[in-house]
Design a binder for this molecule. Structure first.
Ligand SMILES: Cc1cc2nc3c(=O)[nH]c(=O)nc-3n(C[C@H](O)[C@H](O)[C@H](O)COP(=O)(O)OP(=O)(O)OC[C@H]3O[C@@H](n4cnc5c(N)ncnc54)[C@H](O)[C@@H]3O)c2cc1C
Length: 321
């Protein structure tokens, strides 16, 4: 399948990037950013909301640093997997990174692109020909959602592996745009109407992800449900951070991907201070299952995906405890 035509821009520093976005905005041009391109380009090939102007971030200096307290958005997913300090302090994050797609895709894929991944749906990630025959959907070219028929909310699923870990770690996202720099807590970054999925403005880039030092006190883990053991998005993923003291839960952070249109943070589900053990694990499982929603929008039954969230959370809790 061929890409549609677009003009590609290659700014080399953040100042030039700002000037370019200002210029494109002033001329009324719609644009996309591109990092590794592993999500944007397949979507463009399927004619899913392509733009005529594309700004590549690959040559912008200084966005690829990696440390346990700060990750550049242009750091490659592969570099997370290979990073010894990260593996020591946040094994859950490195585990999640190692499960993204395939080795070739991880070489191209960036952390920022992963966090800003477009949502996925059976009715959306299809060719133009397929979608035309179905009459299109709210997310591209149509005006009603085909998963839950109505015209306000898109029910495609957020399917990135890394976001739930950053929710667990209480990270902050640093955004750079023509109007300046701002930091937004990851837990307030994602919002739910399916079309506008985060508080980032279209002219802002995600530049850095800051992780508080206190997050290093958590033991972290990640479990993922997917159709095959490689090259597959999560159709359910559970991340957990746990700190215990004298056999009781001191801090528990749970987050999900692969369920709704945004990754979701659930905190400790009311189990702070509870003793560590099988009964608490089953309580957490039950409490999570009461909250998890899944829809018929990917090729996996919603009930099965939901029940696996429960299995994963129980298994992770017992493992980390
Ligand atoms: C076959 C296949 C399997 C896959 N499997 C998985 C999987 O198992 N798990 C998973 O999580 N992902 C998976 N992916 C999706 C994708 O490969 C990864 O999520 C990857 O990390 C996306 O990063 P990227 O740099 O390629 O993003 P891009 O495609 O370049 O960008 C993705 C989106 O983010 C925006 N963007 C990127 N960086 C920035 C930035 N710094 N600031 C502002 N906007 C930005 C782009 O405009 C675009 O909207 C898969 C993809 C394919 C094709």
């Amino acid at each position: 399948m061929r890409l549609p035509e677009f003009q590609l821009h290659h700014p080399t520093n953040l100042e030039d990037l700002k000037d370019l976005t200002r210029k494109l905005q002033a001329s009324g041009d719609c644009f996309d950013f591109i990092a590794g391109g592993t999500d944007v380009l397949p979507n463009y090939k399927n004619r899913l909301n392509p733009k005529t102007q594309v700004i590549s971030l690959s040559k912008v200096q200084g966005l690829d640093r990696i440390s346990p307290t700060c990750l550049g958005a242009m750091a490659r997913v592969r570099d997370l997997v290979d990073h010894e300090d990260l593996a020591r302090v946040f094994p859950g994050l490195v585990e999640a990174a190692s499960l993204v797609a395939s080795p070739i895709l991880r070489n191209l894929a960036t952390v920022g692109g992963n966090l800003l991944l477009d949502t996925r749906c059976y009715y959306f990630n299809q060719s133009e020909f397929w979608r035309a025959s179905k009459g299109y959907c709210l997310k591209a070219d149509g005006d009603a959602c085909l998963v839950v028929p109505q015209k306000e909310i898109c029910y495609a699923t957020y399917s990135g592996d890394l976001a739930p870990l950053f929710l667990v770690l209480d990270a902050e996202f640093e955004l750079h745009g023509p109007k300046g720099i701002r930091k937004v807590p990851a837990r307030e970054f994602y919002q739910f109407d399916g079309i506008r999925r985060f508080v980032k403005n279209p002219d802002e880039i995600l530049a850095f992800i800051h992780i508080p030092e206190s997050a290093q006190n958590l033991r972290t883990g990640y479990r993922k449900l997917r159709a095959r053991d490689t090259i597959e998005y999560p159709v359910m993923g559970v991340a957990m951070g746990l700190m215990t003291k004298k056999g009781k839960i001191e801090q528990l952070e749970i987050a999900l991907t692969g369920s709704e249109a945004v990754p979701l943070w659930y905190g400790d589900l009311g189990f702070g201070g509870e003793p560590v053990g099988e009964d608490t694990a089953e309580g957490i499982q039950k409490a999570l299952l009461e909250r998890v929603k899944t829809y018929k929008n990917v090729p996996f039954p919603p009930g099965y995906r939901r029940s696996m969230a429960g299995e994963f959370v129980k298994e992770l809790f017992l493992k980390l405890a």
